[in-house]
Design a protein around this ligand. Structure first.
Ligand code: VGL
Ligand code: ZN
Length: 205
């Protein structure tokens, strides 16, 4: 069984001190570095927005971070400016073993739609190429980790499972934004209910 680890959005802006800091986001770095050798392939996603991206509250005059607006007919949470293409915040987190990444798939590049999943934009109209690449590589099962549990990790894992790939989540190799307390736990329960296997890093190998 050929396996791939999908490392979701482990970037400076999602770590403490970053623009959209995920509490303890930096703590996933050593865990991910430690589990990576257990997989045939490691692939990463990178949130990669133009400065005028419409998920940024700053691009909606009069709106605040955390408000929900309509974007392309769907609800969109407004975020602080984060992961702007070419910025230090968009770089992979300090210490992450990026030399193991066979490929990096950038997402959120279209200003008019957000892309939480590493596979598709939120409107499911555009694919990043991750699906086709995994198929090309002969990957038969995927394991998902990274940031953030309640957004990009969740949608990446749900899409992987929906695409027919047996999908595992490494719970302690993820952290959540938790805009509302308990969001990360609820996201994990939602993934489990959909058929994603939930494990901790100590169970791998
Ligand atoms: C993410 C919010 C906005 C994530 C990305 O990586 O989970 N969350 N952009
Ligand atoms: Zn983003």
């Amino acid at each position: 069984m050929k396996t791939a680890l999908i490392v979701v959005d482990v970037q400076n802006d999602f770590c403490p001190g970053g623009a959209l800091a995920v509490p303890e986001g930096n703590l996933v770095v050593p865990i991910i570095n430690g589990i990576a050798p257990h997989f045939d392939l490691v692939v990463a996603t990178q949130d990669w927005h133009p400065a005028d991206h419409l998920s940024f509250a700053a691009n909606h005059p009069g709106r605040e971070v955390g408000e929900v607006v309509e974007l392309g007919g769907a609800p969109q949470v407004l975020w602080p400016v984060h992961c702007v293409q070419g910025s230090a915040g968009a770089e992979f987190a300090t210490g992450l073993a990026t030399e193991r990444f066979a490929r990096v798939f950038r997402k959120g590049t279209d200003r008019t739609v957000d892309s939480y999943s590493g596979f598709f934009d939120n409107d499911h109209a555009h694919a990043t190429g991750l699906d086709a690449w995994l198929a090309e590589q002969g990957v038969e099962a995927v394991t998902v980790c990274g940031l953030a549990t309640d957004y990009c990790v969740k949608f990446t894992a749900l899409d992987a499972h929906a695409l027919g790939l047996p999908t595992t989540l490494v719970r302690d190799a993820c952290r959540g934004v938790n805009l509302a307390p308990g969001d990360a736990e609820r996201a994990t329960a939602e993934m489990a209910a959909a058929g994603v296997t939930i494990v901790d890093s100590g169970e791998l190998g």
